[in-house]
Design a binder for this molecule. Structure first.
Ligand code: PBG
Length: 334
């Protein structure tokens, strides 16, 4: 008698499990829910303002009063967290970005207002100087160099300023060396022991950030590239070292950015370090999907769900995405 191998066709037919909707649902390995979504929002000065951003169709800059409506909507849709980014008027920008340190600046007022009116949604705020610097860099620029340790001193003050305004999560996105340790120590010393730090640990010098720089109006002012502090797209071992360092320095969560072209980095960080790992589907990724959809070349509603599910499959615990509201509505059948 000829013994058939048990581990191959025709005994094994992978399509058996795929033949019906119920069996596909039963074997499904990953799911996306509204709990996985973080909504980035751009806030600007003024009243009753909703300014569309040309390179991010469907995304707007909102004045504080208007952002409250969006925050309420996000809360209703079970989105756990907002990531706030201020659009700073040119007259408040300077070489060292001192506006970032003022207790009544736009971001602090926004945190206050959201905490007052929508208390059950989390707030995350960026720690980096780029919205506030006249040159558009994340740190202090002197003689063509971004100064690491001097920048950290400013970032500590910026982080404490945001904590006093009531932020829940500090998200250093500046990529200076040692800033997580220094910020964590400052939080401990100033009675903000429970403030979460989500570190942009593996942040690449990427061309995908273009529309974001339009959104915060820093594009035209940016002089030179950010490659002396953001990572080289060629590297992945370096990302593991960055993430490990930041966890050891007191970060609670790690972010990888951009997202989809860097799924291997998310996978490795999750696998090798096993820490809460988040991905940022950045402005250029969203814009590319949106632009192709507007042209009728891709189906936005379907492809955005697919892209976010792929983040989950790679190991991400959650995703920052400009599509968070659209996706949550879709997931909840609204
Ligand atoms: C800056 C910052 C950037 C983004 C988030 N925080 C841009 C940059 O590093 O120049 C980009 C996000 C996006 O493209 O959606 N600290």
């Amino acid at each position: 008698m000829i013994q058939k191998k048990t581990n191959s066709y025709p005994l094994v037919r992978m399509r058996r499990n795929r033949q019906t909707d119920w069996s596909r649902r039963l074997i499904c390995e990953n799911i996306l829910s509204a709990n996985d979504l973080i909504l980035p929002l751009f806030v600007c000065d003024g009243n009753n303002l909703l300014e569309p951003i040309d390179s991010l169709p469907g995304v707007n800059r909102y004045s504080i009063d208007k952002i409250i409506d969006v925050a309420k909507k996000a809360e209703d849709l079970q989105i756990p967290l907002l990531a706030l980014f201020p659009v700073i008027d040119n007259k408040f920008k300077s070489n060292e970005g001192e506006e970032a340190l003022k207790s009544d600046n736009l971001i602090c007022r926004t945190i206050h207002e959201i905490k007052n009116k929508v208390p059950n949604i989390g707030i995350m705020t960026d720690v980096a100087l780029d919205p506030y610097t006249s040159h558009g860099h994340d740190g202090i620029l002197k003689e063509n160099k971004i100064l690491n340790d001097e920048t950290i001193e400013a970032l500590i003050k910026q982080a404490l300023n945001q904590c006093r305004a009531g932020t829940d999560i500090i998200a250093p996105s500046d990529m200076m060396d040692g800033r997580i340790l220094m910020i964590r120590n400052a939080l401990e010393e100033n009675n903000f022991k429970d403030t979460i730090i989500m570190s942009y640990a593996a942040k690449y010098a990427s061309n995908y950030y273009g529309p974001f720089r339009d959104a915060i109006k820093s594009k035209n002012s940016l002089t030179g590239s950010k490659s002396t502090y953001q990572m080289d797209s060629a590297n992945s071992n370096e990302a593991i070292r960055e993430a490990e360092l930041d966890i050891n320095e007191g970060a609670d969560m790690i972010m990888v950015k951009p997202g989809m072209p860097y799924l291997d980095i998310i996978f490795r960080i999750k696998k090798e370090l096993g820490v809460p790992t988040f991905a940022y589907q950045v402005s250029g990724e969203y814009a590319a999907i949106k632009a192709a959809s507007i042209n009728g070349w891709l189906d936005y509603n379907e492809i955005i769900l697919e892209s976010l599910l792929c983040f989950k499959r790679s190991g991400a615990d959650g995703i920052l995405t400009y599509a968070a509201i659209d996706v949550a509505e879709k997931l909840l059948g609204k």
